[in-house]
Design a protein around this ligand. Structure first.
Ligand SMILES: Cc1ncc(COP(=O)(O)O)c(C=O)c1O
Length: 386
């Protein structure tokens, strides 16, 4: 069920009720081609992370075949894609005991689901559940390549015992995986290249240690958009999981991984008023539309809650969303100067580029897929929740 009146397509974006999430079809396809070219050069398989798009229509364009492979961030994502024919799914957040039954249900429905963990504690709980239910799970051990969040250090003493325990207990130790989240904090491309090499070396070291101890470890999986696009080589790695590249966003542009004209996602918004004495123009896209993500706040150029563009997607005169209430966005000049914004009367439509594509897209139930003619050609649904 949707409350949105479905317009006859194609329809000009000017006719849309706002806020609306626009997806630039040509940019998205170029972004996908760019990643594919890079991964072909590196000689690694692609297991796209679909948490950014959460939509079968987008994911179809990313997958090698209708059955996958893909990476997901929730089991609900796994359900959604499995119901649409995807069969090879990696759930890339450490499993918790209250999700074992759900994972088993996916396995028994014919999905080749792999799960991850990073402790003996979880391994023992998983094995107990598997043995009680006559199940066998395919497991990857998560490696921490940069101190960013979860995972075992590549030289952690527990690594080999966990792998050995899982294997002896009849589980399939599919391999090791890592996510170099610190690449998002890089300020130069050389910095990204260094993180990419650190990511590669960490996970390859972990795989070598497991193999030397007799633990089969066929899969060596890495992935973040910056490291995938700027890795010099990926020797020893078998697959890459990247996700946000499909749309890119201001954070990625801030680390120079992409240019502003590669950003495929924007929020269409409408001017609803002015506070001339403050230099503000109010639009109908606040944080409910843009999200609260302030990922550019710690970058060299702080883009507030988003970079304001005209209807063709061209940035306007250094206007950003300096503030965001639930439904009100406050547009002003980046440098705080008071300027005459009467060229933006009430009713003017603007496109706002998001800081973080994953969080902004998550605010909307649909993508309005826009062609180079500025017309909406498709409305693609996406899902949310856990
Ligand atoms: C485990 C894992 N793999 C891959 C990715 C993809 O990273 P990116 O969105 O930078 O491509 C993420 C993103 O958070 C992740 O958590």
């Amino acid at each position: 069920m949707t409350s949105m009146a479905q317009p006859l397509l194609p329809t000009p974006i000017e006719g849309l009720e706002t806020p609306a999430l626009l997806l630039d079809d040509a940019r998205m396809r170029r972004n996908i081609a760019r990643m594919r070219t890079q991964l072909a050069r590196l000689g690694v398989a692609f297991r796209p992370h679909v948490k950014t798009n959460k939509s079968m229509d987008v994911t179809r364009l990313l997958m090698d075949s209708p059955s996958g492979p893909i990476t997901v961030s929730t089991l609900k994502e796994a359900d959604y894609f499995a119901a649409r024919g995807v069969r090879d799914i990696l759930y890339a957040v450490c499993i918790a005991p209250n999700k074992f039954a759900h994972a088993l249900q996916l396995l028994r429905s014919g999905v080749r689901l792999s799960i991850i963990l990073d402790s003996m504690e979880t391994a023992e709980l998983l094995v107990a559940f598997a043995q009680a239910n006559g199940a066998c799970f395919e497991v990857l051990i998560e490696i921490d390549s940069d101190g960013h969040r979860s995972g075992l250090a590549p030289d952690a003493p527990e690594l080999v015992p966990i792998g050995g325990y899982l294997q002896q207990a009849g589980m399939v130790v599919k391999g090791v995986m890592t996510h170099a989240g610190s690449s998002y904090d890089s300020s130069t491309l050389d910095g990204v290249r260094a993180v990419a090499e650190q990511e590669r070396a960490a996970v390859v070291t972990a795989a070598q240690r497991l193999r030397a101890a007799g633990v089969a470890c066929p899969v060596v999986s890495v992935g973040s958009t910056p490291t995938a696009l700027f890795a010099q080589h990926l020797e020893g790695v078998t697959e890459v999981r990247a996700g946000v590249f499909v749309f890119f966003d201001l954070v990625m542009a801030g680390i120079q991984v992409c240019t502003l004209d590669e950003l495929a996602l924007s929020v269409l918004a409408t001017v609803i008023g002015h506070q001339a004495d403050k230099g503000w123009t109010l639009i109908d896209a606040g944080w409910m539309a843009m999200s609260r993500d302030r990922g550019t706040a710690k970058q060299a150029v702080d883009q507030g809650y988003g970079l304001v563009c005209d209807l063709d997607g061209r940035p306007m005169d250094d206007l950003i969303l300096v503030g965001a209430n639930q439904e009100h966005g406050i547009v002003a000049h980046r440098d705080g100067r008071l300027a005459d914004l009467t060229h933006l009367p009430v009713g003017t439509q603007l496109r706002v580029l998001p800081n973080h594509a994953c969080s902004t897209a998550a605010q909307f139930p649909h993508y309005h897929v826009v062609g180079t003619d500025r017309q909406v050609h498709h409305i693609w649904s996406r899902f949310s929740g856990w």
